[in-house]
Design a protein around this ligand. Structure first.
Ligand code: COA
Length: 258
């Protein structure tokens, strides 16, 4: 059985974690498959959004603890290489030029909550549960931490990494880990609403806006004036910028709307 299910629906790339028996916990095979899927989404210009979800009862129970416990027999170097595989996967997802939408149901724990953190838009079912549970297992949320701390801030991270306690969707939304909560039966339609918004926006502008957020985050405004003015100057003379503004003035749809 494939550990990752991928499916194209026109411009939307659906990627589903598929190890339901272990609540979609990930091992090296999943990491490799998900990294490859992310690279596909990043390089195929026909893909305009990627949707990440999980089959069965949960979104993702984090790292496969059976896989991680084997680490005792690994050398320090082998352990580091495993961690680097996870880091590469998260970085590839985090920097995808197309929006990554997380469709979260059931549990998103440890690395599973880390996957939620690298989503641009995360939609969760009402009874979804989250947690950075690593410390309960004697480990730490190390590789996911840059993405998580960026999303939820150091204060919430202090409480949640140190207690390793589980929290609900409302709390996850308040801290910015997720963006919307819906009944589980409405998850697909909520994803589709976001997809429609994305398809009506220019793909190049979306990619540039996403890169912009990373480049200006946590920097003093005075330090980024050169960068922000250059980026808008480039975008407004680009084919997309010209097309978008002209389409508005001519009261027609721009050419990126399918
Ligand atoms: N790694 C490996 N196996 C896992 C796993 C993980 N991270 N999470 C769950 N499983 C396995 C369980 O061992 C169990 O296997 P079994 O059927 O052979 O006993 C199976 O998945 C189902 O788990 P179970 O706890 O019975 O299911 P549930 O639906 O009641 O609860 C979770 C699901 C995800 C809430 C619960 O399994 C859990 O809390 N897992 C730990 C998650 C965690 O802390 N991850 C952080 C890793 S860094």
């Amino acid at each position: 059985m494939a550990v990752l299910l991928t499916e194209r629906a026109g411009p939307v790339f659906h990627v589903r974690l598929n190890r339901p028996d272990v609540r979609n916990a990930f091992d090296e095979e999943v990491l490799a498959a998900l990294t490859a899927a992310a690279r596909e989404a990043g390089s195929n210009r026909e893909i305009r959004a990627m949707v990440l979800s999980g089959t069965g009862k949960a979104f993702c129970a984090g790292a496969d603890l059976a896989w991680m416990s084997k680490a005792i027999a690994y050398t320090r170097e082998e352990n580091r290489r495993d961690a680097e595989d996870l880091a590469r996967m998260l970085e590839t997802l985090d920097t995808l030029p197309v929006p990554l939408i997380g469709r979260v149901h059931g549990a998103a724990l440890g690395g599973g909550a880390g996957l939620v953190a690298v989503c641009d838009i995360a939609i969760a079912a009402k009874d979804a549960t989250f947690g950075f549970t690593e410390a309960k297992l004697g480990i730490i949320p190390a590789v996911i931490s840059p993405y998580v701390v960026q999303k939820i801030g150091p204060s919430a991270a202090r409480e949640l990494f140190l207690t390793a306690s589980r929290f609900n969707a409302k709390r996850a939304r308040r801290m910015g880990l997720i963006h919307r909560i819906v009944p589980e039966s409405d998850l697909d339609s909520a994803v589709d609403e976001y997809v429609q918004e994305i398809l009506s926006s220019a793909p190049g502008a979306i990619a540039a806006a996403k890169a912009l957020i990373k480049d200006v985050a946590n920097r003093p405004s005075a330090d980024v004036i050169g960068l922000t003015t250059t980026r808008i100057a480039e975008q407004r003379v680009s084919a997309e910028g010209q097309e978008g503004m002209r389409a508005f003035l001519q009261k027609r749809k721009p050419n990126w709307i399918p």
